[in-house]
Design a protein around this ligand. Structure first.
Ligand code: PHE
Length: 327
């Protein structure tokens, strides 16, 4: 083909190319290894020396010319894409921002912290214990031997191997602690407990207890009453009445159920309690002749339900934001 025509055609093609891919096609068509210009150079072989020189020069000029216009067009296309991208990605700083949501503590955590603070001010330490327990700590050491009917009080989640279980109460931590610490001692143990029961508004398969234990010389029910009344007065921020009802727990003797009433309100069953049974002290290698103690187990969920007037315990574990956002 005539070189002049070739150049005009190439120019037309470049002009038409509307993106880099199309432009690349044109580059290949004219300047590629098997392109039009390469073909012209190939055909030079057949020509005489003079003609070769003349045509060669022309072909070279055409090549340089096409290269130049492609380069220019490529620059232009790149610039256009950049501008388009900038336009698309432009941030409108005048648009209203997204509000950052700040989380907050769960109502049970709020109540737990408050309760801890009150007991700490009365000299109690806050202790943790394992949620997975052995039979020994959850039952035997607490004076509940195997095959004892009292075991039925606690519907238990047994783990597969039948030697471990999910603790049914926080009382096993009494034993853990007394094994390692000699009296006098005062502890509270907040923690999660599990029971294999049907759920309803006041029972969940999981719930939070707060165990209390005080062991010292000459401890009596009067000490327990004083401590628990002080606690309740400060937690309710009001005068409350309490009522001790005789009850039964294998690990306390005598045992009570404690009901609480604010003003002229309803009596609410709040905790189990009693004087630590001598067998429990013995299981932790403490001599019951020298030391006595009281223990109690209060439902943290119950305390929170009273504090916030919540009717259904299951709400605490529902993860429902409409509920949680109210605290
Ligand atoms: N561990 C008892 C329960 O779940 C409560 C309790 C604790 C009673 C300490 C007496 C003393 O149900």
């Amino acid at each position: 083909m005539d070189l002049k025509k070739l150049k005009i055609e190439a120019e037309k093609g470049v002009k038409k190319a509307s993106n880099l891919k199309e432009l690349d096609k044109i580059f290949k068509k004219y300047l590629g290894k098997k392109g039009e210009i390469a073909r012209v150079f190939n055909s030079l072989k057949k020509l005489s020396k003079n003609e070769k020189k003349k045509k060669g020069k022309e072909a070279n000029l055409a090549k340089i010319g096409i290269e130049r216009i492609i380069k220019e067009k490529s620059k232009k296309l790149k610039e256009e894409t950049r501008k388009l991208k900038l336009k698309k990605e432009r941030i409108d700083v005048t648009r209203p921002g997204k509000k950052i949501e700040v989380g907050h503590l769960h109502p049970l955590t709020l109540v737990q912290r408050e309760v801890e603070e009150i007991f700490e001010s009365m000299g109690f330490s806050v202790i943790q214990g394992p949620e997975v327990e052995t039979e020994w700590y959850n039952f035997d050491a607490l004076n509940i031997p195997k095959d004892h009917p009292a075991r039925d009080i606690w519907d238990t989640f047994w783990l597969k191997n039948q030697r471990l279980l999910l603790r049914t109460h926080t009382s096993p931590v009494q034993i853990h602690y007394m094994e390692k610490h000699h009296p006098p001692l005062r502890i509270i143990v907040p923690g999660r407990c599990f029971r294999h029961e049907a759920t309803d508004a006041s029972h969940g398969v999981q719930f939070y207890q707060l165990e209390g234990l005080m062991v010292d010389k000459n401890i009596s029910v009067a000490n327990f009453k004083a401590v628990i009344e002080e606690f309740l007065k400060r937690f309710y921020k009001a005068k409350v009445e309490i009522q001790l009802r005789p009850s039964y727990f294998p690990f306390t003797e005598p045992s009570f159920e404690i009901d609480v009433r604010k003003g002229k309100g309803k009596w609410v069953e709040m905790m189990g309690a009693g004087m630590v049974h001598p067998n429990v002290l013995k299981a932790a290698k403490i001599n019951p002749k020298n030391w006595q103690g009281f223990a109690f187990g209060v439902g943290l969920d119950r305390l929170a339900m009273v504090r916030y007037k919540i009717e259904d315990i299951r709400l605490f574990y529902s993860g429902d934001l409409r509920f949680l956002k109210q605290f």
